[in-house]
Write a protein that binds this ligand. Sequence first.
Ligand code: PEP
Length: 255
Amino acid sequence: MDKAKRKAVIAGNWKMNKTPKEATALLNAITPLVKDADCEVIACVPYVDLAAAIEATAGTNVKIGAENCHWAESGAFTGEISTGMLKEIGVEYVVLGHSERRQYFGETDETVNKRTKAALAAGLKPIVCVGELLWERECDITEEVIARQIKLDLWDVSEEELKNVVIAYEPVWAIGTGKTATADQAEEVCAFIRAQLAKLYNQAAADAVTIQYGGSMNDGNADELLSKTDVDGGLIGGASLVAEKFAAIVAAASK
Ligand code: PEP
């Protein structure tokens, strides 16, 4: 399948930024700037901002995502949020396995897999993040790391469910560091991810999956990154907090 047939997806990952009032103000600035986008536009926001974000984007083309979810439907999991809670308020996407969750909060491929399956079962669309550490790249095991993450994170996810999964390739050394992978490095790993998906499922299923690049993507480098055959979109941290920068990335993905 050629790239033009895949859905380009630009998602902001706000991380632990913006109060509900600030979220409304930022989304009110973003929505008019991206109203003609020819790609999926998503803002993934902190839990307490979700209701305000859904209200601020009602009737617009901007979709709202959460930054995590638990795999259990309910129960004794203090501090966690279930897929049902997210669905009920109108959340459509959820970021899972972000490197900051893996690095600081003990997230493993096993828990990413449990969350992914729960999200899909609830009708949420997971954005599953994979990526190598700098040290792993230097030791030349990037492909090994990515192959393992893809296999484990998507374990027991059916071909039908895969249609609702977005994969984000985020080299950990490029996140929030200002160091972007070159467009060729991003393409190399995104193409490798697609090849792994073809092995685990089949070529047609792999060709249909949206694969994003994430890691210091901004209004200056988005054009080149998004021009690559297997880079179908972006997961954007820092630049998603500035309406004009985020809108410029959306415009680059809409070309
Ligand atoms: C991210 O948080 O997923 C990310 C890619 O951050 P940044 O764009 O700031 O590197």
